[in-house]
Design a protein around this ligand. Structure first.
Ligand code: DGT
Ligand code: MG
Ligand code: MG
Ligand code: MG
Ligand code: MG
Length: 293
């Protein structure tokens, strides 16, 4: 079809491909969640409902985009790892970042009332998104180690900080002053001696963050454990954390026939939520497919 004389402006839209043969990580982070958490009175230091809502939104993204093999969440952020050879949207950067960040955001809003039923959403939350590419497995391991180490550092600080304020009667200024320059051993000891808290008994969700992983399930195992019949390659498991319901409703499988055809080649998978260590080798050694070519 011949275009109008205005069509030349289309040429100003430049391609923005992501380098082939590299690992892509998409990190989504809540915009100004300092304010969102204050306005909606999130529990300090950790609000389990808000964290579960984040997990739900991330799971929705993974159910829709099967090329995401792993996701890690903490606080108001989630990182998504794509399988190395993904051809999602021909690896167009803006298309991937905007579509997935938008889906995450709408799921967060859509499911808000399930997790915070007594807290009306006061204004529309938003998230930023960025893709970083990494050349090899080493950087991917280090990336996820970096995020999980961050979870630990922040959680330890926030736990002792809010114990000092909420139970110790310190002002926030005093609490900051008390903690200034302390190493983690001192913080652990202070938690124990002053508040009787053993850091290691704090829920793993807060200490380790959330790990959503596309686990491989063989069809024999799924038969033994009476999982749904293997008519689809993806069981789209949504083992639930929704308050009041043991299981989230099954997600509609993603649509295009192209995606369906490519799924045929995959093993049975289900998305599972863990709060486990991802810094050591064990997690990765058990799942070599996460970093496969
Ligand atoms: P940004 O990302 O530059 O737009 O700004 P913020 O305010 O989102 O800052 P960020 O992402 O560095 O820090 C996350 C904020 O979210 C931080 O102020 C604490 C808050 N937040 C996240 N999870 C929780 C929670 O479970 N409970 C409470 N009380 N606050 C939380
Ligand atoms: Mg930020
Ligand atoms: Mg933020
Ligand atoms: Mg953040
Ligand atoms: Mg369009």
């Amino acid at each position: 079809m011949a275009g109008s004389r205005y069509q030349y402006v289309k040429k100003f839209e430049l391609p923005d491909p992501i380098l082939p043969g590299t690992f892509m990580v998409l990190r989504i982070d809540g915009h100004a969640f300092h304010r969102l958490s204050e306005v909606h009175k999130f529990a300090k230091p950790n609000d389990e409902r808000a964290l579960q809502l984040m997990d739900h939104a991330a799971r929705d993204v993974m159910n829709e985009y099967k090329d995401i093999v792993l996701a890690f969440g903490e606080s108001d952020e989630y990182s998504f790892l794509f399988r190395k050879s993904t051809a999602l949207y021909n690896r167009r950067q803006a298309k991937i970042v905007t579509t997935l960040t938008s889906l995450f955001t709408s799921s967060y809003v859509f499911n808000w009332s399930r997790y915070l039923p007594d807290t009306p959403l006061e204004y529309p939350p938003s998230f930023d998104g960025r893709i970083v590419v990494y050349p090899s497995q080493k950087e991917i391991r280090d990336y996820f180690s970096w995020r999980q180490a961050d979870t630990h550092i922040n959680n330890l600080y926030n736990t002792i900080f809010w114990a000092l304020v909420q139970q110790g009667g310190e002002t926030t200024t005093q609490a900051h002053a008390i903690l200034r320059g302390t190493v983690s051993g001192t913080k652990n000891e202070m938690l124990h001696s002053r508040f009787g808290i053993n850091y290691n008994t704090i829920p793993a969700r807060y200490r380790k963050g959330s790990v959503l992983v596309q686990e491989r399930v063989c069809s024999l195992c799924s038969w033994i454990f009476e999982l749904p019949p293997a008519s689809s390659d993806d069981l789209a498991s949504t083992a639930g954390e929704t308050p009041g319901t043991p299981q989230q409703p099954e997600q509609a499988p993603s649509g295009s026939s192209k995606q369906k055809a490519s799924k045929k080649a995959h093993a049975l998978t289900r998305i599972e939520l863990h709060h486990c260590d991802i810094i050591g080798d064990e997690f990765w050694d058990q799942r070599p497919y996460l970093l496969a070519e």
